[in-house]
Design a protein around this ligand. Sequence first.
Ligand code: NAD
Length: 479
Amino acid sequence: MKTEKTKKVPAGETIDTDLLVLGGGPGGYTAAFRAADLGLSVTLVDARDSLGGVCLNVGCIPSKALLHAARSLEEARALAELGIEFSEPRIRLDRLRSWKEALVAKLGGGLAGLARRRKVRVLTGRGEFIGPHRLAVADGPDVNFKQAIVAVGSQPVRLPGLPDDPRIMDSSAALALKSVPGRLLVVGGGIIGMELATVYAALGSRVTVVELTDGLLPGCDRDLVQPLQERVAARYEAILSGTRLVSAQAREDGVHVVLEGPRASGSQVYDAVLVAVGRRPNGAGIGAERAGLKVDERGFIAVDASQRTHVPHIFAIGDVVGEPMLAHKAAYEGKVAAEVAAGRKSANDAKVIPAVAYTDPEVAWVGLTETAARRDGVAFESASFPWAASGRALSLGRGEGLTKILVDPHTHALLGVGMVGPQAGDLIAEAALAIEMGAEPGDIALTIHPHPTLSETLAFAAEAYEGTLTELYLNGKKR
Ligand code: NAD
């Protein structure tokens, strides 16, 4: 289903608008809606014929839909241990695909409705600046704007030298779910690679992951990655770290690849290859220079704390202004930019941005990580709570989780939290709020958490730090 548009404006005509938003992803549509609510006339331009950008159409949402299916399959299999046995599932891929597509269409339709109600004019077509106050829309009108917000996002990095073959996929192609390959090679053990590996492994693919660095989810603390690493090592064909893809040839019998690494040798044949080696910003190719905007050699546009570029009437938000490339960061920045454009006093003063890998188990972290603290010489104290001592985690059959807190040894402020285990992505929100509010572990420990829930693991980690934990017997300080 396509997003319904406001009235089509033919090529050759010109539209005047207070605020142009270029890009209709979570950053762009949030900015457009907020600006409209603050009284600006807004025109939102996107090349796709449905709003929501990569996140809704070929990213966060379809991947979460498929991850839900994957988790259900895994949970049904795991019930055998409890004496509940199902026969092997029959997976009707076309039904699964249609269900996912219907979900995406429903949300896209919702966004179109929200745009209509706010009288945000939505134009479909690639937009390119042709002057500091003018944008051309392919096969559409020109837009004269007083101010603009650039929210053009990012795209998958391509590995050079790979053949153009439908069996060599990026994340969008993998989410299209054309088939379930027998043997799947995932190149890149980052968030996208591991989430899609989770989906395809549950659907029946034999998965190999090759990761350039020495472990999965680089940048994340190793103790948080460990439970994920162990689970996938037991389920997947191979996890090859310190390994890179040297070449790939598409032949009739499969994709022949050569890998280079300590445990990789010779040529291997896979039915499909997923390349997920990062994303790059879309700053190039939007005629930025004609608007006077500077785009760095990587494609990023620099902004200040009000999301303003060095061209005072043009703002930029989301993936195109820098890492981390996350939808929730883009939406937050979109609100700031819209508010500043509408004359409000607003600034990007977020202390922390949570990150989640929706793998099985989920891995989530917010604020300072132990890896970053050691790298940058930041002093910290830490405490953790193993989910093996959580009744709720054990009742789910998932005692492998861990919740860890990092604390400033001088001020006792909470600096960072990491979690691994089912639902970690939802649980991390409490930690983000705690850090934003300047909470100390004592504040969390003295907050009554519902029992029995996984949310208690944060309170227990805080109690472990405080020396008041009774759920475990810890040698060390008690108060
Ligand atoms: P990433 O940077 O997270 O991971 C890419 C991985 O590929 C890294 O581990 C890197 O070491 C590895 N790599 C690079 N070149 C390689 C090579 N030649 N051979 C083998 N491995 C190689 O990138 P991603 O997973 O593609 O995700 C892109 C962006 O999208 C990230 O910013 C991520 O935060 C964001 N994203 C977030 C979510 C989420 O929040 N759940 C989901 C998807 C994507």
